[in-house]
Design a protein around this ligand. Structure first.
Ligand SMILES: Nc1ncnc2c1ncn2[C@@H]1O[C@H](COP(=O)(O)OP(=O)(O)O)[C@@H](O)[C@H]1O
Ligand SMILES: [Mg+2]
Length: 445
């Protein structure tokens, strides 16, 4: 008894931190040695298939390969019905159809059922002897002692397997959802690109329609003028041929010709102007190269190129450039479109003949803060009403229709600043005081 006690505490210690196959094999082997059986095994039951699958088998002192066997006509079938079975001898006579027992020449059989935490039978532990059993009490006591721990380990393994399966399923689901989401994102992106393209086409369509409409007016007048000129010339020719041209008739025809020609060239210039603006707009849709520029010298040369136009109107331009700005990365082609439009607007709209403004000036001041370049373009001209301010960025809005205005300038400026230069634009204006355009540009990369 003392020997068994010692062995028991050794078994319990050795199993302390072992799990799974290692646990089952170690326990089966140690029990096998303790009870001196010829075969000892732990098996799991599959009630649906009515089979038993060993998960640890020791044969004659050696761990052996596991196997599955049918429960039909075996003593194990009784164990699986929750009966501890002890047959001290002649087991083969009791189960003459159990060929396995016969082949192995088994005499004695002890089997104990294994229960899960719900009391369900999940397996069995069995000892087989080739001779009559003499220590059945010890065997059943040991089997009873360890059955709880074996069942717990079987259950733990089962739960772990379920968890792994669940985990795999979850991972599969996550992958499935991820790929669904990513294809949804792809579809969204595609739709978005299509929408942007449609939007572009629609605005291009509007633009073309606007251009056609705008050009139609001066061209219609030009055609009318040209036919007036034709009529006058025809009249002149027939009068000359019939020798009946009077001085007053000649004077009146020349006056008609002069007026028509003046109107013809005015309207043709206007049409050409519209086409130029349209080209500008089309160019601004395509991006240009990014260059590191020195804002001070760049603004100086830009203002220089506009000097003749400003000079005509007696406008002075003052440049107040923050000396900290040495270089700035931007798209100069787009920037010059912006500045040319705003400055020429001041010269055309802010200052008019006989407006009584004696010191006409435009002040351009620049500042850089957190890599954002801020530029103010301030004129001291006639300013704008609130009504005008609301509409100035709309294409074709002009207060100079019929006098050279196309209404495209500021809509081009807006488009370039927002879409090409990723900047911001705001306008402040007071009638009688002047207008200030506040621009902000991030350095482009
Ligand atoms: N500096 C300014 N001072 C007063 N009015 C301005 C100024 N700049 C623009 N505007 C107003 O904004 C309108 C739209 O300008 P824009 O789009 O360039 O078209 P356009 O110059 O062909 O009229 C102008 O017709 C004018 O009424
Ligand atoms: Mg303009």
């Amino acid at each position: 008894m003392k020997k068994i006690d010692n062995n028991l505490s050794h078994i319990i210690k050795s199993l302390k931190s072992s799990y799974g196959t290692e646990f089952f094999n170690s326990l089966t082997l140690q029990l096998h040695q303790l009870i001196a059986s010829d075969y000892t095994f732990i098996a799991k039951l599959d009630k649906d298939k009515y089979v038993s699958q060993t998960i640890s088998l020791v044969a004659k002192g050696e761990i052996s390969d596991n196997f599955e066997y049918s429960l039909i006509d075996t003593p194990c079938a009784n164990v699986s019905d929750d009966t501890a079975c002890i047959y001290l001898e002649k087991i083969c006579q009791l189960y003459p159809s159990d060929q396995l027992l016969i082949d192995m020449k088994i005499e004695g059989y002890i089997g104990t059922p294994l229960h899960d935490s719900n009391g369900e039978i999940i397996g069995l532990i069995v000892a087989l002897y080739e001779h009559a059993i003499t220590n059945s009490d010890t065997v059943t006591a040991l089997f009873d002692l360890f059955s709880g721990r074996i069942s717990a380990e079987l259950e733990r393994e089962d739960k772990e397997k379920q968890l792994t399966e669940l985990n795999d399923l979850l991972e599969e689901k996550v992958n499935e959802r991820t790929s669904e989401l990513s294809s949804a994102i792809d579809r969204l992106r595609f739709t978005q690109d299509k929408l942007i393209e449609q939007e572009k086409m629609a605005s291009l369509g509007n633009l073309v329609a606007g251009i056609a409409h705008e050009i139609n007016t001066p061209l219609g007048v030009a055609v009318l003028c040209s036919s007036n000129i034709e009529d006058a010339l025809e009249k002149l020719n027939s009068k000359i041929e019939s020798n009946s041209l009077t001085k007053s008739e000649l004077e009146s025809l020349i006056s008609t010709l002069n007026q028509s020609e003046e109107s013809l060239s005015f309207n043709l210039r206007r049409a050409a102007n519209l086409v130029d603006n349209f080209k500008e707009m089309a160019v601004s849709i395509n991006s240009d190269d990014l260059i590191d520029i020195n804002i001070s010298s760049w603004l100086n040369s830009l203002v220089g190129s506009l000097r003749p136009m400003l000079y005509k109107k007696n406008i002075t331009v003052e440049l107040l450039v923050d000396e900290h700005i040495t270089s700035f990365t931007t798209c100069p082609a787009k920037m010059s479109q912006v500045f040319t439009n705003i400055i020429s607007n001041s010269s055309i709209h802010a200052f008019e003949e006989n407006d009584g403004i004696s010191d006409r000036n435009i002040i351009i001041s620049t500042k850089i803060c957190n890599d954002i370049l801020s530029i103010k373009i301030n004129d001291n001209g006639k300013g704008m009403t609130d009504e005008t301010i609301k509409k100035i960025f709309e294409p074709f809005y002009t207060t100079k229709r019929g006098k050279g205005g196309t209404g495209l300038g500021l809509s081009i400026v807006h488009n370039i600043i927002i879409n090409n230069l990723s900047g911001k634009l705001a306008v402040e204006s007071t009638v009688g005081k002047g207008t200030c355009f506040n621009l902000e540009f991030p350095a482009l990369t």
